[in-house]
Ligand binder design. Structure first.
Ligand code: ISL
Ligand code: CA
Length: 554
């Protein structure tokens, strides 16, 4: 397997609005991030992925961009951004920027022009259609509820928006649009950035003619992995990406491992890796993410194993268990109460010992959890608020809706970073744009840094181990004890070495019996989340609640 720096790296994702506020206006900003670079260095991460910091009216917190080459006033200036990049580089870390080019803001100059008249030179930068029998041009649905079309009186036509009405989709069929995007990317790369995370990049190509969905299911079949998506990405790679030593990760909604190999296959000339959504869907029902559904460990193991084995040697995995769109991993897959630290460390062990590049989302390294705000007015996320209205109008019970939000709402991940036990968790001296999770006195970075046994130092150790043992990065994965409903165990193999990972996923103690037996001469306990004797015989082990162990065998 080819060695690459982006395979050996650990990425830390920053959601700037919620990371650190430097001027007391309640909104995180670039100076705030700069003040925490030593914290990131202490943790040991290699790459920072910065969520959008571009000019934006913030209908979707920066994922609606009105100027791709300017910095949002609330976050600071271009000089601040340059200082951030320099600060990261000085400390040996890299920076990847969010690239949001499936859509722009409706306040982008292109769209302002585009909506003016049907013959405006920018008209074809977006996707405009006349209505059909006085209704929307087709039956496609928006990810944020309702139709994906919005009527615009000025020219008596509709424009397409797969996300909010303030996020019109760019028309990738238009070569001029693609040229603009490539030039803009080149401009950022020439400023010295180290790559891109590409927002919903597998949605950029739509079926010509924009037909109705075949089964009334919203139209995904006509824009997920659309007909020209690989052509466009290969062109982008030729024109831009291939000229730099950078890393690229594409957010790819609804992809299978086979699709992922097309986007990120070593010989494809497209991207380095994708974020897939399969694991994130494990607790969703047929109607989607808001239908919270129980899941079994065997299902989860099957999903993980599928991605590990199918991509092995063909494409590279990205490994994440949460991000700014997902609930906190600890509340979702672990135990955010009694076994907070144990389960946070167990999940961290999984994240860092699979084949792929691990992504840590801010606050994960101190075990931040989901939040339960009493009133809908306290929530800020457009997806959550639109769903709330939509479900209310369809007659759902308020209490049920709130339970869905508690389990799945995106604001779970967006409450301010908990730095210390001071008011507002040390995030701001003012009023935060979204309330702080009330558990900040127990869960905060200052406390974690003062406790050698904290979740933070466990993450740090896992990151260090990755630097010392190639097998953690490159080893082949094999699932063990497939039908076990409580223990997730696997090996990694690399040359004459093996890694054995044993994870108890629940609070009940569990008996582990190694099957099939493995041959080895020597063993070393690399890391675990409980005191354990290095000489213990792991052929039969009693595992404590959420216990995790990683052995290296030779
Ligand atoms: O949030 C989600 C999880 O259910 C998805 O619907 C999400 O919108 C989708 O994964 C795409 O996400 C990305 O693009 C969106 C933006 O709101 C998200 O924050 C971003 O990660 C539109 O730009
Ligand atoms: Ca601020």
């Amino acid at each position: 397997m080819e060695k690459k720096w982006w395979k050996e790296s650990v990425v830390y994702q920053i959601y700037p609005r919620s990371f650190m506020d430097s001027n007391g206006d309640g909104v995180g900003d670039l100076r705030g991030i700069i003040s925490k670079l030593d914290y990131l260095k202490t943790l040991g991460v290699d790459v920072v992925w910065l969520c959008p910091v571009y000019e934006s009216p913030n209908d979707d917190n920066g994922y609606d961009i009105s100027n791709y080459q300017g910095i949002m006033d609330e976050f600071g200036t271009m000089k601040d951004w340059e200082d951030l990049l320099a600060g990261l580089h000085e400390r040996g870390m890299k920076l990847i920027m969010d690239l949001v080019v499936n859509h722009s803001s409706d306040e982008h100059a292109w769209f302002v022009e585009s909506r003016k008249s049907k013959d405006n030179p920018y008209r074809d930068y977006y996707i405009w259609r006349p209505g059909k029998d006085g209704k929307e041009p087709n039956d496609w649905g928006s990810f944020f509820s309702g139709s994906a079309w919005k009527y615009d009186e000025g020219t008596d036509e509709y424009f397409l928006h797969l996300f909010s009405t303030k996020q019109p989709d760019l028309n990738w069929e238009n070569p001029q649009v693609r040229r603009e995007v490539y030039d803009m990317m080149t401009w950022w790369l020439d400023k010295g950035i180290d790559g891109f995370r590409m927002d919903v990049i597998n949605l950029i190509s739509k079926t010509p003619g924009l037909p109705d969905s075949s089964d009334g299911s919203g139209g995904g079949e006509h824009y997920i992995n659309g007909p020209r998506v690989h052509e466009f990405l290969q062109e982008m790679n030729r024109e831009v990406l291939s000229k730099y030593d950078i890393m690229t990760v594409g957010e790819a909604v609804d992809v299978s491992p086979e699709d992922a190999i097309l986007f990120a296959g070593g010989d494809r000339g497209e991207l380095n890796m994708v974020f897939q959504f399969e694991w994130m869907g494990i607790d969703s029902g047929p109607t989607g993410k808001w239908e919270v559904t129980p899941w079994k460990l065997t299902q989860f193991k099957e999903m993980v194993s599928k991605w590990q084995t199918k991509l092995n040697g063909k494409a590279w995995n990205s490994i994440y268990l949460n991000n700014h769109d997902q609930p906190r991993l600890l509340s979702r897959f672990g135990n955010d109460g009694k076994y907070h630290n144990e389960s946070a460390k167990m999940l961290a062990t999984l994240l860092h010992t699979l084949q792929g590049t691990p992504y840590i989302y801010q606050g994960e390294e101190i075990g931040m959890t989901n939040v339960r705000f009493e009133k809908i007015e306290e929530y800020k996320d457009i997806e959550t608020l639109n769903m709330y209205k939509d479900y209310l109008s369809k007659g759902h019970d308020v209490a049920d809706i709130m339970e869905s939000i508690y389990a799945k709402g995106r604001d779970n991940a967006r409450t301010p970073m908990q730095w210390n036990a001071e008011p507002q968790a040390g995030f701001t001296t003012g009023t935060p744009w979204l309330a702080v999770n009330p558990n900040y006195k127990e869960i905060n970075a200052e406390k974690a840094l003062g406790d050698p046994d904290s979740v933070f130092y466990y993450y740090k150790k896992l990151i260090e181990l990755r630097k010392k043992h190639d097998i953690i990065v490159y080893g082949d994965y094999t699932l063990l004890n497939e039908t076990d409903e409580q223990i997730f165990a696997y090996t990694r193999k690399w040359g004459d070495e093996q890694l054995l990972v044993i994870l108890n996923f629940y609070e009940n103690p569990a008996q582990f019996k190694l099957e099939p037996a493995i041959n080895f001469q020597s063993k070393e306990l690399l890391i675990g989340n409980y005191e354990a004797s290095p000489d213990e015989d792991f052929h039969e082990l009693s595992l404590r609640p959420y216990e995790a162990r990683v052995y290296k065998l030779k």
